[in-house]
Ligand binder design. Structure first.
Ligand SMILES: Nc1nc2c(c(=O)[nH]1)N[C@H]1C(S)=C(S)[C@@H](COP(=O)(O)OP(=O)(O)OC[C@H]3O[C@@H](n4cnc5c(=O)[nH]c(N)nc54)[C@H](O)[C@@H]3O)O[C@H]1N2
Ligand SMILES: Nc1nc2c(c(=O)[nH]1)N[C@H]1C(S)=C(S)[C@@H](COP(=O)(O)OP(=O)(O)OC[C@H]3O[C@@H](n4cnc5c(=O)[nH]c(N)nc54)[C@H](O)[C@@H]3O)O[C@H]1N2
Ligand SMILES: [Mo]
Length: 766
């Protein structure tokens, strides 16, 4: 075999690879030679690029095409008809025209949340939003499933959600930090990916260097595996949902012993006294002491006391995982962690302060300059309607109803058409029984996909798109130091098209082709994006090679920043001269805005609220807390049908990790099939013993393609193991309206192992 470094490059969220093709077939993906810790996720492509699940022609659902009565009820369980591109474009154009004329463009939901692929130009949502804006706009969505509650609360208390992406950099942590306390851990499985592409996996190497440099770690989590075993972390095995209580217990101990930094609190924060009155129990008669917290978290009080002392004595970083925002009152963990870090007074000191989610992505902690690279312009959306992203079922089921979001009163629009490209709502949304019901409301649903997953099966019109392996693109993202010219490895499979070409075709039928394309071909857009990015980089003092040079070499590495500065250091030194973008210019421990708009049961400072679903309220009927966290073997539902993901299933289903004592009490052996259920639905899974966890806490990874059948009570049972059949579709609070997948109680019982799995069966096609 020839020198692999001469093979063409491609890039994905989970890494950069060199592609090897033999007789037109993808034969191998070789990890990028500059990546010390390549991810196996990419190997998931092998064998599925042109398998039986690949969508090769435009498809229209039969009952919808025939305008049958009750056609919408058959979404997700219907036959498809293959049509030509000409027919498909015409159908889409006519539906967009008909419904926007009758109900206005706000009746088109184009939020289209999802990770799609990594290339900067062929980013499906950017393409869709630009297209919809060229025909008068759409109802959009705001915030993410990842950490909506974190984004909104940080905008309020620090003035920007961008602080999520600027924690103390790894190198500073290695050189300066003494103690890293990680609430929700820092699972390296999640650091395999980074939105927009990953040139070099850095998290493991950085953490190992930190360990060698003498940094101590504490893992506050129901699961030991949330911090890599090599780091020798102290483990506080806390109940899920109890983190804010633990942080309050730590704060109480710090205040009681006078270990807090009064100068920092005075100069750099707003409203501490009101919070302190809550902390000590002056306002509600309950002191949030270590003993109080220990009782909630079910960990020893002296461990909280000792940790408080260590945190006050050491150069300490508090890391809070994004998972804690995806639970009831998910705003509070980030608010309280920021308050605790402010009390320690190390925010803005090198190697101290706060990090919002080390290892939630490879980019968190990566040393790099903040360059704002260019992207495909979105044009202007004249429609004002929007929803917080996870309120989709609420919107579809309750048109015209009012709801509250961060101080605004908004109204759900009446959606008649859904257009989705680059996301899988039947993977990502909670309570899929409810989503399926809501999904029946719109008249038309259009999806761009390359494989027959549940969202494609639930559409009326499916337009087959290419994968990144079939197109040229650019990996260029502010979150990674590598820039990669991606090259198509193989031609488009079947009659699939790039999302750009699909929209070009439809826009031609609507008379807006020039608006959509501005006369540029794909390759002209690539060069345009690069040239714009090059000018932007220049302004930050970074010289990028010419486009020709980049194409010749294939990749470019931007310099490691020296020195590395902490985003809070100027603010720390002089908050008057370098204020935060909050009303007080300071860290808002008390938030006056929230105080003015929130209902009486929400306090104006961080607080602990007992969740409705957590172990504290477990019953005989619902004894387990289910954590449905990110999968190690894939990105969400992407490549679930590929060889890497399939190899980690057991008996073709998602493993559910359970303490052996819990399982044995139920008569469940390792490897048995179980039914995980509550009143929202059920899924099958394969019991897998793991005793390095808090008993009562079970865990399933997300990402199994939905394989749903209806149970007697009308709720869905997924035979493959999609946990969103049982999670709750409930908002964090009126502050952010974020999703709460991690607050979920379930029951588990043995089930017939022979129940078939049909997730990877394509629909009937005529
Ligand atoms: N229970 C539970 N649910 C969760 C979570 C949880 O922790 N627990 N986590 C949530 C989080 S944080 C997130 S971010 C979401 C993720 O949810 P999603 O981002 O919706 O999940 P993906 O599987 O990445 O979906 C991307 C889709 O885009 C398609 N695609 C890839 N490339 C292209 C392309 O070039 N063009 C087009 N048109 N399509 C393409 C893929 O085939 C795939 O179907 O899930 C959320 N759901
Ligand atoms: N391989 C891979 N990596 C990914 C993704 C993927 O799909 N695959 N998805 C990416 C995306 S979109 C996102 S948003 C990030 C998400 O990153 P995170 O939100 O950090 O991910 P999770 O895996 O949901 O949760 C991390 C850990 O939090 C712990 N946890 C859950 N609830 C609690 C709690 O109440 N208290 C405490 N102390 N711990 C708790 C769980 O044990 C879990 O292992 O991951 C990204 N990384
Ligand atoms: Mo996410």
């Amino acid at each position: 075999m020839c020198d692999k470094t001469s093979l063409p490059l491609t890039a994905a969220h989970w890494g950069v690879y060199r592609t090897e093709v033999f007789e037109g077939q993808l034969r191998a993906l070789h990890p990028f030679e500059h990546d010390p810790q390549p991810s196996a996720i990419g190997q998931g492509y092998l064998g599925v690029i042109d398998d039986s699940l690949r969508i090769r022609e435009p498809m229209v659902r039969k009952a919808w095409l025939d305008k049958q009565a009750g056609a919408n009820r058959r979404r997700g369980d219907d036959t498809f008809v293959a049509v030509s591109w000409q027919e498909a474009e015409q159908l889409v154009a006519e539906e967009l025209q008909r419904l926007s004329r009758k109900f206005g463009n706000q009746s088109i939901y184009g939020g289209s949340y999802g990770w799609s692929a990594a290339g900067r130009f062929h980013h499906a949502q950017s393409q869709l939003h630009r297209f919809l804006n060229s025909i008068g706009g759409y109802t959009r969505s705001v915030n993410t499933y990842s950490l909506a509650a974190g984004e909104v609360i940080l905008s309020r208390i620090l003035g920007s959600s961008q602080f999520i992406h600027t924690p103390p950099a790894w190198q500073t942590l290695i050189e300066q930090t003494e103690l890293l306390v990680a609430f929700g851990g820092m699972p390296l499985r999640n650091a395999q990916i980074s939105s927009g592409g990953t040139g070099r996996h850095r998290a493991r190497e950085a953490l190992m260097q930190a360990r060698q440099a003498g940094v101590s770690f504490v893992n506050v989590s129901p699961m030991r595996s949330d911090v890599a075993s090599e780091l020798g972390a102290q483990w506080l095995m806390a109940r899920p949902g109890s983190d804010v209580a633990i942080m309050l217990g730590l704060a109480h101990e710090i205040l009681r012993n006078n270990w807090h930094d009064s100068a920092f609190i005075k100069h750099n924060t707003h409203g501490f006294d009101e919070f302190a009155a809550y902390l000590t129990g002056k306002t509600d008669g309950v002191a949030k002491s270590a003993a109080w917290a220990a009782n909630i978290a079910r960990i020893p009080a002296n461990e909280i006391e000792q940790l408080a002392k260590r945190m006050a004595e050491s150069r300490t970083i508090i890391s809070v995982s994004w998972s804690m925002t995806r639970q009831e009152h998910g705003e509070q963990p980030f608010w309280m962690a920021t308050t605790l870090a402010a009390m320690l007074g190390q925010i803005g000191l090198p190697g101290g302060g706060i990090a919002y989610g080390y290892c939630a992505a490879n980019s968190i902690g990566n040393e790099r300059e903040n360059v704002n690279y260019a992207a495909l312009p979105q044009l202007v959306n004249p429609i004002r309607d929007f929803i917080p992203v996870s309120r989709i079922s609420d919107m579809l089921l309750n048109p015209g109803e009012q709801f509250r979001y961060d101080g605004q009163t908004l109204t759900f629009p009446d959606i008649r058409l859904i257009y989705w490209a680059g996301g899988n709502p039947f993977h990502h949304h909670q309570d899929l029984t409810r989503l399926r019901e809501a999904w029946r409301k719109p008249e038309t649903i259009i999806v761009h996909e390359w494989c027959w997953n549940a969202s494609a099966k639930h559409a009326d019109i499916v337009l087959p798109c290419t994968t990144p392996l079939e197109r040229d693109d650019l990996m260029i993202t502010p979150r990674d130091r590598y820039i990669v010219k991606m090259n198509a490895a193989i031609p488009a499979v079947g009659n699939s098209r790039d999302d750009y070409e699909i929209f070009r075709g439809i826009s031609r039928h609507l008379g807006v082709e020039d608006v959509f394309t501005e006369g540029r071909s794909s390759s002209q857009w690539l060069e345009w994006i690069y040239q714009q990015s090059r000018s932007l980089a220049k302004k930050t003092g970074i010289d990028l090679p010419s486009y020709r040079e980049l194409c010749q070499k294939g990749w470019h590495e931007t310099p490691f920043p020296e020195p590395i500065s902490d985003v809070f250091s100027a603010f720390r030194q002089d908050p008057q001269a370098a204020p935060l973008d909050t009303p007080s210019g300071k860290i808002e421990i008390r938030c006056d805005a929230i105080a003015s708009y929130a209902s009486a049961d929400l306090l104006p400072h961080p607080a602990w609220y007992e969740p409705e679903e957590w172990l504290g309220k477990a019953t005989e009927q619902l004894p387990f807390h289910l954590i449905s966290s990110q999968p190690a073997d894939k990105l969400h539902s992407q490549l679930d049908h590929g060889p890497i993901s399939r190899s980690l299933k057991r008996n073709k289903r998602t493993p559910i990790w359970i303490h052996s004592c819990d399982a044995k009490r139920l008569g469940i052996a390792d490897g048995d099939t179980v039914r995980v259920h509550n009143n929202r639905g059920a899924c099958l899974a394969t019991a897998s013993y793991d005793d390095e966890r808090l008993p009562g806490v079970v865990q399933m990874s997300t990402g199994a393609w939905l394989d749903a059948i209806e149970q007697a009570d009308g709720t869905l049972l997924c035979r493959h193991g999609n946990p969103n059949t049982v999670t709750r579709d409930y908002a964090t609070s009126e502050i952010a309206q974020g999703p709460t997948a991690h607050s979920c109680l379930v029951a588990i019982e043995p089930h017939d192992a022979k129940t078939p799995v049909e997730a990877f069966t394509p629909p009937r096609i005529v």
